[in-house]
Design a protein around this ligand. Sequence first.
Ligand code: WT7
Length: 701
Amino acid sequence: MRGNGPEAPAARTEITEAEIAAHWKEESLLPPPPEFVSQANMRDPAARERFSRERFPDCFREYADLLRWDRPFERVLASDRAPFYRWFVGGRLNASTNCIDRHLPLHADKPAILFQPEPAEAPPVAISYRELHRRVNEMAALLRDHCRLVAGDRVTIHMPMVPELPITMLACARLGLVHSVVFGGFSGEAAGRRAADSGSRVLVTSDAFWRNGVLVDHFAQAEGAVVAAREGGQEIDTVLIWSREPGRSLSRTPELPGRDTRIDDLLGRYSGRTVEPVAMDSEAPLFLMYTSGTTGRPKGCQHSTGGYLSYVAGTSRAILDLRPEDVYWCMADIGWITGHSYIVYGPLALGAATVLYEGLPTFPDPGRPWRIAKQLGVGVFHTSPTAIRQLRRLGPEEPRKYGCRFRLLVTVGEPIEPEAWRWYYREVGGGRAVVVDTWWQTETGGILCATWPALDAMKPGSTGPGAPGIHPVVLDEHGQEIPAGEGRAGNICIPHPWPGLMQTIWGDPDRYVEQYFRKYNRDPASKDWRAWPYFAGDGALLAADGYVRILGRVDDVINVAGHRLGAKEIESACLMVPEVAEAAVVPVADELKGRVPVVFVALHHGVTEPPGEVARRVVLAVETAIGKIARPKAVHVVPDMPKTRSGKILRRVLAGISNGSDTGDTSTLANPEVVERIVAQLQSTRPATKEDGPQETEGTP
Ligand code: WT7
């Protein structure tokens, strides 16, 4: 089944993010503050030895030992079906027991979740481990007895940032159901397409949430989800709706009796019920997380129970330095992998208190995050470069006003400019906190590169060396390793498996092999992991000291504010507008969001619609198919696309024009004259549409 596999290389976007990446100079090293080192989880240099190459794969036992196993595993790694791996084989465990039940003897009254609603006057809500246990059990009883779901069934969850989201995830985990959380900022249609792909007949959603001072009617998205799922061949027979305020309906969208049910109306029946957690095989899937790739169809990265949970617990301990006494805040949205791994599963597996903030970091003003952090006593803070840039721009002096005392500051999702890094370090951390820049991906489950906070010096603008047990390499196009310090960019690869690596692409194992392993595989018949380096799709430079600098995507993926969007997905949404004959989407550098999509469309002959009107419809089509997050910064209606003689659109040229950089060689174009016309058009006119109103970060990755 190769039909849905990646396109031939020639069909790919010919501009890479790496080509437009910021090229700041290499910075010097800063040692971690001694106050941090003296208290860190992983401060013994012997850790390097324990996680050395020679210790692979047994080093990861240390991570698995952080969990409670219902049945101990017999083997650390089974690689006989490489590149499909099984970790901690023979072991059985339940993710919800590991995140909740086992903390009860010591920490029942300690907060597990600290929920901060967006409205400025709303106080934070603490949910203790005991209460989390009760609520997860009741929801699990509902899913089992009311929805008749059994281990292995998939459940699509399309929700905003409220405690009921992790409660639903953990209730699924308790029963061995495979959750598929779709980012709340995606449209209902996007959620429905993912529900169809995963084969979910149950959709869990919410009525409303607060964002930027506005009460958003989220349930309005549900109908679109059901319709899109049906078009994809999947009937959603049950829609469960959480109420933002119990007992009240904040959505004005009508409910469909028989299909739609308020969870509040049902929960009473399950009050006080406990549900025996299902002991799952280590390699049973825990969840799917859809992400964009080089084709128009998002892929469902399938993550395992034992390997994934071990990996996020281990990295939360080693890199985020978390312990049960911690109050930890990651500002990402749970609807992205960062939220799964480092708001929900990692921190809760370690018994920490994890903060959940409903709204926009800059609401009602850019001092909000620092007031929340101070009030809740946050010691470890985690966000994205986009949020850092925005908070710095809107409130450069704010952090100092509130007297926060962070010991560790984490960043993830995009390269961070040294300037933004220094503001984070000096103004947010007061020079007393360690800053960790973590590089990883939806597919990788957890952090792959970062400085080890107590053992490595920090280098602004670079992520670190490999995380414990991870030994990254940078390969050239021929698969040759580029030696450290040579200054040549290549493709970052991980030459060995690790427990957090996804198991496969849901329903499409060929695409898993094709996308991530084919490029550098020398022998397709080999069943040895050494033959299958993992290709991440990012360009990178390896410095002499072993630190990695990530340059950006080498494929059609556009990283907007640390969120992945596929150029092809946006293009196919544009083509839904009947007047549009051709569409090309390119990443354009943006001061705040890193990259934003810019759309070029050519119209069918004879279309008389004004370009501004077509552009408006294109924006609407993108918002409907994907969500506001993919909203193009500009839509240019052009007379024709620059094309090769064989008729392929040269996006490289369009990206060059949009970024004000070189368009590269245009001599091979079939229609070189069109380049000048487009350049002239972009110079003379303002874009047909521009993002109006304040820019939204749509959460951090
Ligand atoms: C892509 C993965 C990791 C969770 C959030 C995004 C880019 C991620 C960094 C970083 C430079 C980074 C890469 C990667 N990226 N972290 N620290 N420095 N680039 O997960 O949506 O799967 O996106 O984000 O390009 O491939 P994702």
